[in-house]
Design a protein around this ligand. Sequence first.
Ligand code: NAD
Length: 298
Amino acid sequence: MTSIAWIGLGNMGSRMSSHLVSAGHEVKGYDVVEALRAGAAQHGVTAVDSIGEAVAGAEVVILSLPKGEHVRSVLADTDGVFDHAAPNTLILDTSTVDLDTSRWCHDEAEARGFRFVDSPVSGGTQGAEAGTLAFMLGGNDPDVADAKAIVTPMAGSVLAVGEATHGIAAKLVNNMMLGVSILAMSEGSQLAHQLGLDPKAFFDVARVSSGDSWAVRTWYPVPGVVPGAAANQNFDASFSAMLAHKDVTLAVAGAEAAGVKVPAATLIRDQLQRLLDEGFGGKDCTLVVREASPDGTV
Ligand code: NAD
C-alpha cells in the first residue's frame, strides 16, 4: 500500500483516483470544489480540506488539473505541494499542460529534492472510468519505473516515452490528431445526415471501414448512436471544448515553433475557439459538429 495525495478531483481525477483506492492504496484527495471532494469520498478517497493535508505523509502526489497555470500554482504557491511534500516524493502530473510548464515542473522539482514524471493520459472519461487509460511517461528511468507501478491500476497501457517532457510532447501530438479526427467526424456525420442516411446505419459502416477512428467509435456526435457519447446528454462535457481547445492550441504552438505545417489542426482550433466565444466552452468538444451543420445547430 502506498500513501497517495490526489489534487484535482474533476472529470478525470474523480474516476482515476477510485482505481487507486480499489488497488489498496491510501488516497487523500483535494479539490477546490467541495462537492467534488464529497463525491470522491463516496468511492473511498479520504477527502481533505487543503493541499497540505493531502500531501502530508504522502509518498506519491498526483495532479489532475486543468492547465499549466494551475499545476504551477498547486506545486509552488505558498502552502502548495512543494511546501508540504517530504524529500524525494514522487510527483506525477497527469494534466495536459504546455511543454514549458512540464520542463519547469521537472526543473523545480529536482531543484527542491523531489522526483517528477510527466504522466499525461489519453482515453477520456470512459477510459478513466474503466481504468484503461494510456499513460505517457517522461522522466528519469528509475522514476518512470516507480511511476509505472503506481499508475498501472488506472491504465490499459503504460508507455515510457522517453526523457523529461517527452510524455507531454506525445500527448499534445496525440490530441492534435484527435482534434483533426473530430473535425473529420463532424463533417462526415453531418454529410451523412444531409444525404438521408440513418445515423446508426452510417456509424455501423464507418466503424468497420476506413472512416473509422477512436473519435467515431467513442464520441460519435449524434444522439442515440454510441452509448456514453456526449451527444446523448445534450453535449454535457466528457472532454470540454475549453480543454480540447487548450490542447490543440498548445500543439499548434509547438508545431509553429518547430516549423511544421498543421492547417487542419489550425482549423479545428478556430472552430473550438468559436464554441468558446459563443459561451459553449463548458460543453463537450464534439459540439463542434455545429460547425458542419447547414444551419449551425444540432
Ligand atoms: P476538470 O476541469 O473536470 O478537473 C480539473 C479539476 O481541478 C477541477 O475539479 C478543479 O476544481 C480542480 N482544480 C483547479 N484548480 C485547483 C487547485 N488549485 N487545487 C485543487 N483543485 C483544483 O478537468 P478534467 O476533464 O478532469 O481534466 C483534467 C486534466 O486532464 C486536464 O489537464 C485535461 O486536459 C486532461 N485530460 C482530460 C481528459 C478528458 O477527457 N476529460 C482526457 C485526457 C486528459
